[in-house]
Ligand binder design. Structure first.
Ligand code: ZN
Length: 666
C-alpha cells in the first residue's frame, strides 16, 4: 500500500474509533490497538511531513465536548493527554533526555488508571465545579452534580485555600462494574463493554441517583492550578491532597535514574492483575513543578511526562481438554479448556480454537503447554504451543466427524474450514436457534434463560420457534414438572412470551435467524415491506434493492420462505397471534397504484430515489430493482442506462417524474 493511502485509511479508522469511544461509549477495539494505530499515524506524519494534514485526528484530542449533554465550562489549563510510549527504549530515551537538561531530576512513576479524567475546582476550600476533559483544550462538560455523589469526592477541603484545581481519574472497581452489568442483564438492557465505558456512561447520566447507585470511584493524580498555596513538587502536592482526605493514586514511586524508572514500570506491570481496578499503563512524570513549567508542552502533549502502555498480558498454562460445541447453524466449534490463570485481572480458563485449520496451525494437543494472551477487555486467545514442554504420548487433535450433541454425522464444509452437524433436528442447533429467537435483539422475551430453553427442548416442549407460543397450553403440566420453576415463575415467563407477540416485525425477522440477516437488515426489510406475508412473496429482484440486503442475504431470504417446514412454522406463529404487520410501514395514503410494479432508473429531476419509492408504496404500488415482463412502468430520469433499453425491448411504458406525479395527483 502506498504511504498516502495508508495515512488516509489510518485517519478514517481513528476518527471512526474516536467516535465509538468518546461519543458513544461503545468501543470496538482495545485501547492498546487504538494507541498502536495512533502511534503509527504519528510516526508517518513525522516521517512524511508533506503528507501531514491539519484535520488529522492526531491534531486534536478526539472527543468533542458534547454540547447537547451539559453545560460547557472553559478549561483554565488545558487537559492534555500524554505522549504514549510502547517499549523500554522509548522510556529510557525520555528519561535520558530530561536528565541531560537537569542531572538531579526526580521522576514520579505511577499507575495509569483506566478511567476518565476530571477536574475538581475548590474555592475557599469548597467544591464548586466538576468538569470532564471534553475536547481537552478549551471546554469540558459540567458534571458537578454527578461528581458530588461519588463517595471519594470530598465536598470540603480540610485546609481553607483560596483556589485549587485537582485533577483526578474517575474509574469503576471491577466488582462494582460487574454488579452494574448483572443488573442491566437482568433488566434485559445493553451491557457496558468494560469498566471505563461504564464509568463514562454513568458520569453523563442526567439523574444523579443512578450515578450514586453505580458507585464510581476517584483517584487524584495532579494539582493543576492554585491560588494562595504553592507546591515545590508533584509528590508534595499528592501528600497534601491525601491530607485533605482525598484518595491519590496508590503506590507511586520516586526515581532518579532511567533504570529505577524502568524497574518501577515493570513492578507496576507485574502486579496489575492483583488490583481491584483496571490500569492501562504507567505514567512517568517530572516531580519538580518549576522544572515542569520550563519544559512546557507541545500543542498536544506536555514535555514533562510520558505514558507507558503495557503490551497484552501473556501466561503459560496446560490444556486439559478440547471441548466441542454446536452452534445454531450446526457449526462445531472447538474450545481449549486449560488450567485457570489470571490475566489482566480476570480468571481465564478457556479460549476458542476457532476450527480445525487453527488447531492444525498451532498443532495444539491435549496436555500441551500453551501461551495465552489477553489485553484488557479483549477475549483471550491461544498464541502458541511450547513444543519443548510437550509430554510423551500426545497425538494431533482432530475434530471428530460425529456431532457432540446428537451423534449424527458431521462433515467439513469445502468452502470454509467449518465442520457442521448434518442433522437439521440436532437439539444443540435447535437450542441455539431458540436462544437467538428470544434474545434481546430479536423477540426480547424477558427472563427466558438458556437453562429453561435447554430443559423445555430436552423434554420435547420446544421443537421449533412456533412452539414457544403454544407453551401456555401446557401451563399446568409445566408447573407440575417445575421446568420453569413454580407457578409464579412459569406465569411470569408465559406473560413475557404473550407480550412479545406485539413486537414489530423487524424483531421477528431477526429471530428467524436467516443467514446474514441481523438486526440492521431486518429493520430495512420491515421498513420496505408492510407485512411478513409481503416479504414472503418478495422476489430476489425486489429484495436486492433494499439497503443492507446483498446477494447472499436476498438468496437466503428466498430460500427461507420457500422451505416447506418454515412455511408451516410461519402459519403456526400467525395462528398464535404473533404480529405479522410492520409498524414502521403503515403510511398507505390510498391504493390507486395497487397491482402495479414500478422500476426507477436514472437521476430524477427533483426527487430522491427513496422518496419516489416511498411515494409509490404509499399509494399501494410496488417497486422492483430490475425490468421484466411483470414491470408495469419504468420511471426514468437522466442517464437511465440499460434499464431503459430493456423496457423499450419489452414494451414497458416509460414515465417521467412529472408524469407519475400527475397520475398520483389525478
Ligand atoms: Zn448434531
Amino acid at each position: 500500500m502506498d504511504i498516502r493511502q495508508e495515512m488516509e485509511e489510518l485517519r478514517e479508522l481513528i476518527k471512526y474509533h474516536n467516535d465509538r469511544y468518546y461519543n458513544q461509549d461503545d468501543p470496538e477495539i482495545s485501547d492498546y490497538e487504538y494507541d498502536k494505530l495512533s502511534q503509527r499515524l504519528r510516526t508517518l506524519e513525522r516521517d512524511y511531513p508533506e503528507l501531514d494534514s491539519p484535520d488529522s485526528p492526531t491534531k486534536n484530542i478526539g472527543g468533542k465536548a458534547k454540547r447537547e449533554a451539559g453545560v460547557l465550562v472553559r478549561h483554565n489549563v488545558p487537559m492534555l493527554s500524554l505522549q504514549d510510549v510502547f517499549n523500554k527504549e522509548e522510556v529510557l530515551s525520555f528519561v535520558e533526555k530530561i536528565l541531560s537538561y537537569r542531572r538531579d531530576t526526580v521522576f514520579c512513576v505511577e499507575r495509569k488508571i483506566d478511567g476518565l479524567s476530571v477536574a475538581l475546582r475548590y474555592t475557599d476550600g469548597e467544591l464548586t465545579t466538576g468538569i470532564t476533559r471534553g475536547d481537552g483544550v478549551s471546554y469540558g462538560e459540567d458534571v458537578t452534580d454527578n461528581i458530588k455523589v461519588i463517595k471519594d469526592v470530598k465536598h470540603n477541603l480540610k485546609d481553607n485555600v483560596p483556589y485549587i484545581e485537582i485533577r483526578g481519574e474517575i474509574y469503576m472497581k471491577t466488582e462494582d462494574f460487574e454488579e452494574v452489568n448483572n443488573k442491566l442483564e437482568l433488566a434485559g438492557k445493553k451491557l457496558f463493554a468494560n469498566p471505563r465505558n461504564c464509568a463514562a456512561g454513568t458520569l453523563r447520566q442526567l439523574d444523579s441517583s443512578i450515578v450514586k447507585e453505580r458507585k464510581l470511584s476517584l483517584f487524584a493524580f495532579n494539582v493543576q492550578d492554585t491560588e494562595g498555596i504553592r507546591f515545590a513538587s508533584h509528590s508534595e502536592s499528592l501528600e497534601w491532597i491525601k491530607k485533605q482526605g482525598i484518595k491519590v493514586i496508590e503506590g507511586y514511586r520516586l526515581c532518579r535514574t532511567a533504570e529505577e524508572v524502568w524497574d518501577a514500570i515493570t513492578e507496576i506491570g507485574e502486579n496489575r492483575g492483583e488490583l481491584s481496578y483496571d490500569i492501562d499503563g504507567a505514567v512517568v512524570k517530572v516531580d519538580d513543578l518549576a522544572f515542569r513549567e520550563q519544559l512546557g508542552a507541545t500543542s498536544k502533549v506536555p514535555r514533562w511526562a510520558v505514558a507507558y502502555k503495557y503490551p497484552p498480558e501473556e501466561k503459560e498454562t496446560i490444556v486439559k481438554e478440547i471441548r466441542l460445541s454446536v452452534g445454531r447453524t450446526g457449526r462445531i466449534t472447538p474450545t481449549a479448556i486449560f488450567e485457570p490463570i489470571r490475566l489482566c485481572g480476570t480468571n481465564v480458563e478457556r479460549a476458542t480454537l476457532h476450527n480445525q485449520d487453527r488447531i492444525d496451525e498451532l498443532d495444539v494437543r491435549i496436555g500441551d503447554t500453551i501461551v495465552v494472551r489477553k489485553a484488557g477487555e479483549i477475549i483471550p486467545e491461544v498464541l502458541s504451543v511450547i513444543k519443548d514442554k510437550r509430554p510423551e504420548g500426545t497425538v494431533p487433535y482432530e475434530i471428530s466427524n460425529v456431532c457432540p450433541s446428537c451423534g449424527s454425522k458431521a462433515v467439513r464444509d469445502d468452502n470454509t474450514a467449518d465442520i457442521k452437524c448434518t442433522n437439521i433436528n440436532c437439539p444443540a442447533q435447535l437450542i441455539q436457534h431458540i436462544i437467538n429467537f428470544v434474545s434481546r435483539n430479536a423477540m426480547d422475551v424477558k427472563g427466558f434463560g438458556e437453562a429453561y430453553i435447554d430443559a423445555l427442548t430436552r423434554e420435547g416442549y420446544l421443537k421449533n420457534i412456533a412452539d414457544i407460543y403454544y407453551l401456555k397450553d401446557h401451563r399446568d403440566e409445566l408447573i407440575e414438572k417445575g421446568l420453569i420453576g413454580k407457578e409464579k415463575n412459569t406465569d411470569k415467563l408465559l406473560n413475557a412470551i404473550e407480550e412479545s407477540k406485539k413486537n414489530d416485525i423487524d424483531r421477528l425477522i431477526t429471530g428467524f435467524g436467516i443467514k446474514n440477516i441481523g438486526k440492521q437488515a431486518a429493520t430495512g426489510l420491515s421498513k420496505h415491506f408492510k407485512s411478513i406475508s409481503e416479504l414472503q412473496n418478495a422476489s430476489y429482484d425486489e429484495l436486492i434493492t433494499i439497503n443492507d440486503v446483498g446477494d447472499i442475504s436476498a438468496r437466503a431470504i428466498v430460500d427461507f420462505f420457500s422451505n416447506e417446514n418454515n412455511k408451516e412454522i410461519l402459519e403456526r406463529l400467525d395462528g398464535a397471534g404473533v404480529n405479522f404487520n410492520s409498524l414502521q410501514n403503515t403510511s398507505l395514503v390510498d391504493n390507486r397504484l395497487e397491482g402495479l410494479t414500478f422500476v426507477i432508473t436514472g437521476t430524477l429531476p427533483t426527487m430522491g430515489r427513496s422518496d419516489m419509492e416511498k411515494l409509490i408504496k404509499d399509494h399501494g404500488g410496488k417497486v422492483s430493482g430490475s425490468v421484466s415482463k411483470k414491470t408495469s412502468f419504468l420511471i426514468a430520469g437522466d442517464n437511465p442506462g440499460s434499464k431503459l433499453t430493456k423496457a423499450n425491448e419489452l414494451g414497458v411504458e416509460v414515465l417521467t417524474e412529472e408524469e407519475i406525479l400527475e397520475r398520483i395527483r389525478k
